[in-house]
Design a protein around this ligand. Structure first.
Ligand code: SAM
Length: 361
């Protein structure tokens, strides 16, 4: 292990200067992180190492594992709750993996892990196997969003809740600046990073129940030098205010504990005239307690429980107690189709609401 010098800093680390999420919460300070130590490196990428908070009163450490920096406020909680994905071995053959899957319960951590990877890897990449580039529903959603962006922005881009990364790759292709994909799911990030480094995808595609087919095929994207993937929390993004010119939150709003804090955190990291793209089916799940939902209940109110009306009001109505100031709606589309395939005999079709916002001062 050795102390690093400047040449070990990666492009994304230098350009984005991430900050300590703990210092932000405890002291309200934007303390930059420094590269504390590098254990393993390859070219300009740190495979394993430790980032450290530059604030002497804090000095909190954040690990880089499998070249994914983990920059979250409660690291102890994150590591202990994601220990399976972080420590999961990836060297076993498909036949052994299938036997292990048969031995675990349907709702075991192992079967949930490969199920979610299969759902998003299929949507993001499966069509590339046959070269049908525009058939992925996430790539189509992204195209619609970009067409409705108004003036094209220039500057750093963040793809929040990027999952296995297809939208991040597409953004790098369509823009000239650096793109960062962030998510909290370590297994998904590891797959995205593997695709970035190896230009191929390997995953188990769910056929039905506990039956999976091994997939392995090449994928090629442009300007991959502009891409990186980090583990960060959408509710407490570890960046200084005004770091990004474009932020995307594709189908994440209804998956987080506090959709409102997610919106506040995005607004903070986007610069003046920067854009924010939000798509969501408002299909509130277990991650969000009912009082934190934006709509989806209280149908007797003037909003009739309609989430899209409430979100719009939060942005436009200065008298709303939770008014999200400094945001302007640029465009809005309802009913964008998003297909989420669960297995060969089941696909969910969502109708997304999309909003493009501009940050105005
Ligand atoms: C419904 S998926 C959408 C994935 C991808 N954007 C797409 O549209 O295909 C929601 C994603 O948000 C991620 N996520 C959930 N809560 C998060 C949080 N607090 N911070 C960062 N990512 C989060 C999940 O791990 C998952 O990858």
């Amino acid at each position: 292990m050795h102390k690093c010098d400047d040449k070990l800093k990666t492009l994304h680390f230098e350009r984005l200067s991430p900050i300590c999420p703990c210092c932000k919460r405890i002291y309200g300070k934007e303390s930059e992180l420094a590269i504390g130590s590098v254990v393993k490196e390859k070219q300009s990428d740190i495979i394993e190492g430790i980032l450290i908070c530059s604030n002497k009163e804090c000095l909190r450490e954040y690990p880089i594992i499998d070249s994914i920096p983990i920059i979250v406020d409660d690291l102890r909680y994150y590591i202990s709750h994601n220990i399976f994905s972080i420590m999961k071995r990836t060297d076993l053959s498909a036949v052994t993996e299938s036997l292990i899957g048969d031995c675990c319960e349907n709702d075991s951590i192992y079967n949930s892990y490969r199920y979610y990877i299969s759902v998003y890897a299929f949507d993001h990449y499966e069509n590339l196997k046959n070269g049908e580039k525009d058939k992925s529903s996430i790539a189509k959603i992204l195209n619609i969003a970009i067409q409705n962006l108004g003036n094209k922005t220039s500057g750093s881009i963040i793809d929040i809740g990027c999952s296995v990364g297809r939208s991040t790759f597409e953004l790098a292709d369509k823009f000239e600046d650096i793109v960062l994909g962030v998510d909290l799911n370590f297994g998904m990030l590891r797959l995205a990073k593997k695709i970035l480094n190896e230009k191929k995808i390997t995953y188990n595609r769910r056929r039905v129940r506990l039956v999976y087919d091994y997939e392995n095929f090449p994928v090629n994207f442009a300007k991959t030098e502009n891409i990186d993937f980090w583990a960060c929390d959408a509710l407490s993004l570890p960046f200084k205010s005004s770091t990004f010119s474009l932020a995307l939150s594709l189908n994440v709003l209804d998956c987080v504990a506090s959709p409102y804090d997610h919106l506040i955190s995005i607004r903070n990291i986007v610069n003046q005239n920067g854009k924010i793209i939000i798509t969501t089916p408002y299909d509130w799940g277990n991650a969000t307690a009912i009082p934190s939902w934006i709509g989806g209940h209280s149908q007797r109110s003037e909003y009739k429980g309609l989430s899209e009306l409430i979100l719009k009001d939060l942005v436009e109505n200065k008298n709303h107690p939770m008014y999200l100031s400094n945001l302007k709606i640029i465009s809005e589309i309802d009913d964008i189709s998003w297909n989420v395939r669960l297995h060969d005999r089941s696909t969910i079709n969502y109708q997304l609401h999309m909003m493009v916002l501009e940050k105005v001062i």
